[in-house]
Write a protein that binds this ligand. Structure first.
Ligand code: GDP
Ligand code: MG
Length: 602
């Protein structure tokens, strides 16, 4: 396939507008997967993706399609990349776009343009991709394609006559999609006669093959057996296997200019496979490709084994999982309350949740995660600045006077039906948001832009926004600068002992309410024990909230008057099971859920 007969495109859209379903249909249409066989959302391979119905990892599939082009039947090689829609994974999207010359911008015919439609459109637009608007789900009774066309025109200046109308469910209009992609998207621009340059898009670890890299061949060609070299590290490797994702790995022995495929090259860990790196033939001199911006970690949380002895097991599980998700940062840390563990940086809360779930499901780890925090900066009178990824690491009595605190902010985009404008403005004000823009997409939908402290949206903002708008709000954000802020460290004490893993940093104005709520919440989650427990929230040495959990009188076993041994054993086992997920802090047992629930307090 000469690059003139290659097209690389991705499918981008707001969550649930039908990207993965459309990808299925295109794979079926080209005979890449058999119709009716396999599961829906074929490319969503991870268990988390199937359970949550979302795409987390971008997936590539190569398809072959014959099309009448410039008067004659021509065979085309098409690379399709299905991308995640959720804001946490926009990093995956921007990486995928680097291997594409075009994008199908899918919009739900009933819901119209939503916040991630806007974000994804601009990602594609800034990358100079040919954009093909597709209005999907036209089979729905509430579909209103004309209204959506008008929105696409007014927001993105997309011509109504260029819009495709489809239903990925019934198959209506699908036959226009691939011809439009072939006619409207330019072939990849690389030079087949230049020395090989390939962009490393993604990597993962396979039990049998070792590290597998996804690559895009920008210039030149790659053959099995070639010796290649990393522009970033200078390390060389021999390519032992090369092929395409069809969508399963199919060895081809060769990849040509403009193709997207996989390589196996004896890399020992995914740490060697740096996403965004340029690979080239050894002994050729090339100009490295621009690569990608590094992933930016928005939230940090401590991960600890639910059972102290499992540290090594957790270590192993995290190492394995980060091989498939290099966007997580991991450093070891220790906590007086929880022992040895890890401080991990994530792209957002959903990313954190998904990582957590994958640790448990794919690697059998039991973890306690501490209240997530955003990266604050504290500045002291001697000019030193401390980036705080763990509230516990913030000194309660610093040597030098604190002169300023800084917190990260985001630019948030919110799209809502006009009747909810009032309540959304109230919510954003409560979350310390500053309105930057307020306009209307059409007669029924409002568009707002806010600058907000990251901390305020990390904690349950999206759920609350959804609930006050009956589920109609859509929301997206991008990171922005730091702003000065009045922050305090809030300690939680059990029987006078501070629990380092429960410390948080909050805005001063919110400290009294948050302190009260945390203490009340903890009271409901900690079981009564043989002694009284005093739960306190404090700023420095000043206690701002307090609850008492009175002692339990009766022993569980007192009920089974010695006689019934099996019953006694059962009870003991049950108690042991319950303990598994407990963490003993000082002399108090705290269930895992308590840690989890704390993060819902804002
Ligand atoms: P994604 O998040 O953009 O990948 O969306 P999915 O492909 O996972 O689809 C979200 C939901 O919309 C699924 O329940 C699909 O079955 C449904 N869906 C997708 N396309 C259509 C369509 O054309 N018509 C209807 N009625 N439902 C669709
Ligand atoms: Mg999907």
């Amino acid at each position: 396939y000469p690059s003139d007969n290659i097209r690389n495109f991705s499918i981008i859209a707001h969550v649930d507008h039908g990207k993965s379903t459309l990808a299925d249909r295109l794979l079926e249409l080209t005979g890449t997967i058999r119709k009716g066989h396999g599961q829906p959302q074929y490319l969503d391979k991870l268990q988390v993706e199937r359970e949550r119905g979302i795409t987390v990892k971008a997936q590539t599939a190569t398809m072959f399609h014959r099309h009448k082009f410039l008067g004659s039947d021509t065979d085309f090689l098409l690379n399709l990349i299905d991308t995640p829609g959720h804001v946490d994974f926009s990093y995956e999207v921007s990486r995928s776009l680097a291997a594409c010359q075009g994008a199908l911008l899918v919009v739900d015919a009933a819901q119209g343009v939503q916040a991630q439609t806007v974000a994804n459109f601009y990602l594609a637009f800034e990358s100079n991709l040919a954009i093909i608007p597709v209005i999907n789900k036209i089979d729905q009774p509430t579909a209103d394609p004309d209204r959506v066309k008008a929105q696409l025109k007014s927001m993105f200046d997309l011509n109504p006559s260029d819009v495709l109308l489809t239903s990925a469910k019934t198959g209506l209009g699908l036959e226009q999609v691939l011809p439009a992609a072939i006619e409207r998207i330019p072939p990849p621009p690389g030079k087949s006669t230049s020395p090989l340059r390939m962009l490393l898009l993604d990597s993962y670890y396979d039990e049998y093959k070792g590290v597998i890299c996804h690559v895009s061949i920008v210039d030149g060609a790659l053959h099995k057996g070639d010796k290649i070299c990393s522009a970033a590290t200078g390390q060389s490797y021999e390519v032992s296997d090369v092929g395409i994702m069809h969508p399963e790995l199919v060895a081809t022995g060769i990849l040509l200019t403009g193709q997207v495929g996989y390589i196996v090259s004896g890399m020992r860990s995914t740490k060697e496979a740096r996403v965004g790196d340029t690979l080239h033939h050894t002994r050729t001199v090339i100009q490295p490709l621009p690569g990608f911006k590094p992933a930016k970690h928005m939230v940090f949380s401590g991960l600890y084994p639910a059972d102290g002895s499992d540290f090594e097991a957790l270590n192993h599980a995290i190492e394995r999982l980060t091989c498939n998700d290099a966007s997580v940062s991991v450093t070891k840390e220790s906590s007086t309350a929880l022992g040895l563990g890890f401080r991990c940086g994530f792209l957002g809360l959903l990313h954190m949740d998904v990582f957590h779930q994958r640790l448990e499901q794919e690697h059998g780890a039991h973890v306690i995660s501490t209240v997530p925090t955003v990266p604050y900066i504290f500045e002291y009178s001697d000019g030193s600045k401390l980036q705080v990824q763990n509230p516990a690491a913030l000194p309660s009595n610093p040597k030098n006077r604190l002169i300023a605190c800084w917190e990260p902010t985001v630019l948030a985009t919110i799209i809502i039906p006009s009747e909810y404008v009032g309540s959304v403005i109230t919510l954003c004000a409560e979350r310390r948001g500053e309105q930057l823009e307020y306009s209307f997409i059409d007669s029924q939908r409002a568009f707002m832009k806010y600058r907000m402290p990251l901390r305020e949206i990390v904690v349950d903002f999206y759920n609350e926004l959804k609930s006050i708008t009956s589920g109609y709000a859509s929301f997206d954000y991008e990171d922005s600068e730091y702003q000065a802020s009045d922050l305090v460290k809030l300690d939680i004490l059990l029987n006078g002992q501070p629990v380092d893993a429960m410390a948080t940093i909050v805005h001063k104005s919110k400290a009294p309410r948050v302190g009260r709520e945390l203490v009340e919440k903890l009271k409901t989650f900690i079981d009564r024990q043989m002694f009284e427990i005093i739960i306190q929230a404090a700023i420095g040495s000043k206690v701002i909230a307090r609850e008492t959990l009175s002692a339990m009188r009766k022993n569980v076993l007192a009920k089974c008057y010695g006689g019934d041994v099996t019953r006694k054993r059962k009870l003991l086992e049950k108690q042991k099971e319950g303990k598994k997920r407990m963490k003993r802090v000082g002399s108090v047992d705290i269930p895992q859920e308590a840690f989890h629930e704390l993060l819902k307090v804002s």
